[in-house]
Design a protein around this ligand. Sequence first.
Ligand code: ADP
Ligand code: MG
Length: 621
Amino acid sequence: MKISIDIKSGDISKEPIKDIIVGIDLGTTNSLVAYISNNQPITVKNEDYQHTLTPSVLHFEQNGNIVVGQKAKEYLISQPERTIFSVKRLMGKSYKDIAMLKSSIGYEIIDEDKDALVKIRVDEKFYTPLELSAEILKSLKHTAESHLKTTISKAVITVPAYFNDAQRQATRDAGKLAGLDVLRIINEPTAASLAYGIGLDKSQSSNIAVYDLGGGTFDISILHIEDGIFEVLATFGDTFLGGDDFDRAIMQYWSSLNHISDQTLHDDISLNQSLRLAAENAKKTVTTNQVYSAIIDKYTVQLDLITFEKLISPLVAKTIDACAQAMKDTHLSNSDIDKVILVGGSTRIPLVKKELNVFFDQIPDDSMNPDEVVALGAAIQADILAGNRKDILLLDVTPLSLGIETVGGLMDSIISRNSKVPHRAGRQYTTSIDGQTNLRISVYQGERDLVQHNRKLGEFILRNIPPMVAGLPKIEVQFNLDADGILTVKAKELRSSVETTVEIKSTYGISEEEMALMLIDSIKNAEEDIKIRALLEAKNEANNVILAAEKFVAQNKDIFTTSEINETIKFNNLLKEAVKSNIKDQIELAMKSLNDYTTPLAHKALDVNIGKALKQTSIKS
Ligand code: ADP
Ligand code: MG
């Protein structure tokens, strides 16, 4: 804690100075940092070029120095092998995940092990996307520090709603590496809604569509907001669609008009760079209804709004299809949407607004700067965490169920899909073998009944359980999912207090497509899964009954007649046969027969044992 001292009077202020917590939009194309000043969120300008947007580009100078932002962007085309962009796409990804990306980038991605996380090579050094993101974060931290003239050590960072656990974890670690204590990772659409003031009044509930069209990616998220809880009802998009594609369409149009071949563009890097920058300028100029005209080298290039809209209309149509898909997933009708919010620089394009207006049958809200809304919302979240806005608690939901493997390879969900986070849940388990001292806890994510169809997040072993008969240990497994969606699992044997805690980090991410596939699979296979689960459960129960029956006979040998013992063994053997048959009905029938036969025997044994016990109890007189 910091204490403030009034320098003139020497008084120590009662109110400690609160650390400033910044909000950071770590974007694919541009990144921003914001904070709260006089109760209002504002974005910070980079002092070198007086702009709030820092291009998410890194350039490696020959001497090994790393330059971030506008200066780095200038080397994109002239030195592609030393200039890294779109790092965000690589976060938490394995080489296998991004194989299709390789052709579109100029820098080198290392292909050493298909399942390992990707690395990028510049000169003789290797960098992980996490380290590169940390460089961008350091630069933003520096921007904020020189503006605020104080050190910044705490931040809230935003990520797309579709980011999975590994990608969130990687973002959080990048923050740590940049010297930031990341207090919270929040979803970009949640931040944008907050910037619009939605969710701050707990008594209101609403459905919001957040349409985010940036430089290289597009996503649409439908949120339901109630009681300060932001629930992502659906999120859909295209991680390879954005403003860069519009620039490319303009370049192609100009090239074909001026008979510039692909080969020329490939060979003449400076022409390529100039045309690309001109295309982006032209796009922004026509947005304000002016005509763009320029001479690049010896070529005259022009663009007007109508031509531009013709060029991009198939791409815009694709985003509207995605909106339809997201809406379908929510089971809401378009009239249930209370507000449509625009995020990302490319939403300034009039055609985008027009098409959205037609689709949602309402005028999208563009009253805030679409480049800045996410960062501004992150700053509001930071302010809430700093305790400056009372009574507000923001929550998100987890997209897939989390659970552990139980006997027979069954998935036992502990936190179910769509649970609000933070979330804590636990369940008790026991051992299935006498004297068992170790118990393996395997943690999975997914909706299927068998763990083999779900995604393994990790496993650990609870060791040194004191030997006890099967079924006696009480093993409590606690899942603690924190506000960033990061899971900590604790296992504790309650009779002996032996415990183990692990933070589960997934080794590499699943793509959003895989996540969607996992959900679709769980629905498609639901019926079959239920059958398999029922069979496995019957088998597990039968195995327990078999063990119990054997113990029961052994412990009460002197109470039962030989024929009673033989008969019990016979029924038990029949049950063992039934288990092998893998037919659920047969197992249940055999269990019932054994049970029917042994119930009167159990009563008999109980009577005898109680009688014995009573005789042994002596009463002092
Ligand atoms: P990201 O979220 O991917 O980091 P941004 O939200 O910063 O991206 O959006 C960057 C994109 O917005 C770029 O393609 C840029 O050209 C485009 N853009 C910015 N201003 C305008 C404008 N006035 N008209 C059209 N496109 C714009
Ligand atoms: Mg963005």
